[in-house]
Ligand binder design. Structure first.
Ligand code: ATP
Ligand code: MG
Length: 295
């Protein structure tokens, strides 16, 4: 009996896999988590940062950053160039380690000493710079570094087919349309490539997906498509943290907005209860409310 061992989560065998579920000896190890809803405990934040600080020599990139994200929530991080947004995201994705403070996942302290540890904790990142390997196909990119392992080797073709099927299922569940999965990623449009990068993060992320300026390089229609994908990923129950420079986008997507100014969080607002003017003022370092707004 063929078995599929989940790492991190088991995948249901795909019945339409042209016999992939048949009783051939051997196994495929690995696989994307099932494309469904992610169950995370309600009531406690999935992600918490307490007094996180990071400096580079004399430059204080982040100081005493407090931030929380719940499951099924999109939180935006706003701020001028150099405010510290990417530094916060890099501490989350294990690229940088904080000098002080604590990071908690579902209530437990987490030490993300490198990118692999962060991934093992269910945190996936879509970085500011494009992330795909241009020479590889779409499925090869989605499974990059986490390929299904075929044992014995004659199952390799089957593993490849399985990765294609899982990729197709994942992409369609997020509304990402790629006509031919076997094309090299370098031939995709910017929006398609970003869709694939987001899908990869959603497919492997169990807790948190982090997006740094996901639509900065895209045109209007591609931005719309990527925003739809982000909205679908929220429906899956993940905690989503997104850096954006686009105020309108934050108001379209986010439930809450944190604003950073010179390394500090200077405000947190619920999108439904705040204004663009208020967020704009915070971004410019004016954290005092005007007298008529206060109270
Ligand atoms: N590796 C580094 N070495 C030295 N200084 C750094 C490093 N990374 C970031 N900084 C500094 O830390 C501060 C915060 O940078 P960060 O990249 O987090 O800002 P940001 O809010 O993401 O800006 P942007 O909107 O331009 O992406 C800046 O002053 C930046 O120059
Ligand atoms: Mg940045």
């Amino acid at each position: 009996m063929e078995t599929v061992t989940g790492e991190p989560n088991p995948v249901e065998a795909v019945n339409s896999a042209g016999g992939a579920t048949a009783s051939a000896a051997g196994s495929l190890v690995g696989g994307l988590q099932d494309v469904g809803h992610v169950e995370l405990p309600a009531g406690i934040p999935v992600l918490e940062m307490h007094n996180l600080s990071k400096r580079f020599g004399a430059v204080v990139a982040c100081e005493d950053v407090d931030l929380q994200v719940f499951g099924g929530e999109i939180v935006a991080l706003a701020g001028h160039n150099g405010a510290g947004k990417s530094t916060v995201l890099k501490m989350l994705s294990g690229v940088l380690q904080p000098d002080a403070g604590e990071l908690r996942l579902i209530g437990k302290p987490a030490h993300l000493s490198n990118v692999r540890t962060a991934r093992a904790h269910g945190i996936e990142t879509v970085p500011q710079e494009l992330a795909l390997a241009p020479k590889l196909s779409v499925p090869a990119n989605i499974f990059l570094g986490r390929e299904l392992v075929a044992r014995p080797k004659f199952l390799r073709l089957r593993a490849r087919r399985r990765m294609e099927e899982e990729s197709a299922r994942l992409l369609s569940s997020l509304g990402v349309r790629i006509p031919r999965l076997r094309v090299q990623a370098g031939a995709l449009s910017g929006g398609q490539a970003q869709g694939v990068a987001i899908a990869r993060a959603v497919g492997w992320g169990r807790h948190v997906v982090v997006l740094d300026e996901p639509t900065a390089a895209l045109g209007l229609r591609e931005t719309e498509q990527v925003e739809l994908t982000i909205a679908r990923m929220k429906e899956r129950g993940l905690a989503i943290l997104i850096v954006s420079h686009d105020l309108e986008q934050m108001f379209r997507l986010a439930d809450r907005i944190y604003v950073m100014y010179r390394g500090r969080v200077v405000g947190m607002e619920r999108t439904a209860e705040t204004t663009r003017e208020r967020i704009g003022a915070l971004i410019h370092g004016q954290s005092e409310r005007a007298p008529q707004e206060a109270g």
